[in-house]
Design a protein around this ligand. Structure first.
Ligand code: NDP
Length: 332
């Protein structure tokens, strides 16, 4: 068995040195437990937050301890009623090839209903984030013009497509490469998109949204948030989902500098945490799974192969190496 431990806490951009790859004995399942062989695991931006030693909604990873996060695996041994070897389960003991789990720490998933990887992406936590964030936090309504940053990523790509499907007037996305911009327009049906590295975000957004925006779904923060406040219309709504442009910052970042506009425009800015929205999970899956199945909702996945390359996958996620969900394929 192999596991990835946090070797040290990063200062600024994480590096391979912050991770330690350790070979261990394959564990065995005790009473009321299962042993799982992990097949695919997720790397998520929130893991950068958990590498810090600060109190937040999820506890920090401890130095010297194996990291954790979403994964899907195959049951190898089971001492839990109703769970058989060969079953597939979704759980939070990623960053390792094998995991022993108590009965309360996993849910069964069906690889025939949808590809196993999608339980970590479009039909999983990122998908629910997009769904709840757009419909509840941003109070989306048909006719809105929606801007989403991080638009080619796991969350952002679903936000844009959902907005289109639910009757947005215009959907605009930003991403970090020309290829991602092409993907947003040609493959995902965005009305406009721009590469935020090509020039000031405020100028590019104003050009893409000549009549302004009504909703901003923020995955990035900083300059993007400032630009959105400039472009937002009266009674505009901003769902703050993530601020990935700041996760590696070592000093406070200046933007947004235009918060006074909140008053005259009566803007609503609402923080969004997916943990608050698990109650929507059933509704979300029953609505979105059929759309995924018949291709009306498209999703991409970027796979990195091998548990030993999980740190590389995580570092790649933070620098935009992924289109859609970033995943590590641990075994077939
Ligand atoms: P993504 O699949 O979007 O991957 C992260 C992307 O962020 C990269 O591909 C990269 O794309 C982009 N990025 C990296 N650095 C910057 C930067 N400086 N400026 C702009 N973009 C950058 O990840 P997720 O879909 O999983 O997550 C998206 C956001 O949602 C994150 O901020 C995350 O923290 C947040 N989130 C919040 C949740 C909540 O409950 N609040 C739950 C899940 C996610 P590019 O090439 O375009 O730069």
């Amino acid at each position: 068995a192999t596991e990835i431990r946090l070797a040290s806490r990063p200062h600024g951009v994480p590096t391979q040195e912050n991770f330690e790859i350790v070979d261990t004995e394959v564990p065995t399942a005790g009473e009321g437990q299962i042993l799982v062989r992990n097949l695919v695991m997720s790397v998520d931006p929130a893991m950068r937050g958990r590498m810090r030693d600060v109190k937040s909604y999820a506890p920090p990873f401890e130095v010297g301890e194996v990291m954790s996060g979403g994964a899907v695996g195959e049951v190898v041994e089971s001492n839990v009623d109703g769970v058989e070897p060969g079953d597939h389960v979704l759980h939070q003991a990623g960053w390792r090839t094998h995991a022993v789990l108590d009965a309360k720490r996993f849910v069964k998933v069906d690889g025939d209903a949808a590809p196993l990887s999608t339980y970590l992406g479009v039909l999983g936590m990122p998908g629910l984030t997009a769904y709840a964030g757009l419909l509840e936090s941003a109070e989306f309504k048909p006719g809105d013009t929606v801007f989403v940053s991080g638009a080619a990523g796991a969350v952002g790509s679903l936000v844009g497509q959902l907005a289109k499907l639910k009757g947005a007037k215009r959907v605009i996305g930003s991403a970090g490469s020309a290829e991602k911009v092409r993907h947003l327009i040609d493959d995902l049906g965005f009305d406009a998109a721009f590469n935020y590295k090509d020039g000031p975000v405020a100028e590019q957004l104003a050009e893409a949204a000549p009549e302004g925006i009504d909703v901003y779904f923020d995955n990035v923060g900083g300059e993007h948030l400032e630009a959105a406040i400039n472009s937002i219309n009266l009674h505009g709504r901003i769902a703050v989902c993530g601020m990935i442009s700041q996760y590696n910052a070592t000093e406070a970042t200046p933007a947004p500098r235009n918060l006074a506009q909140i008053i005259a425009k009566r803007i609503t800015i609402r923080g969004l945490l997916v943990l608050d929205h698990w109650g929507l999970q059933q509704q979300f899956v029953s609505e979105i799974a059929p759309l995924v199945k018949d291709g009306r909702v498209k999703y991409s996945e970027t796979f990195v192969d091998g548990i030993r390359n999980a740190p590389e996958a995580f570092l790649g996620l933070l620098s935009g190496a992924n289109t859609g969900k970033m995943l590590v394929r641990i075994a077939d």
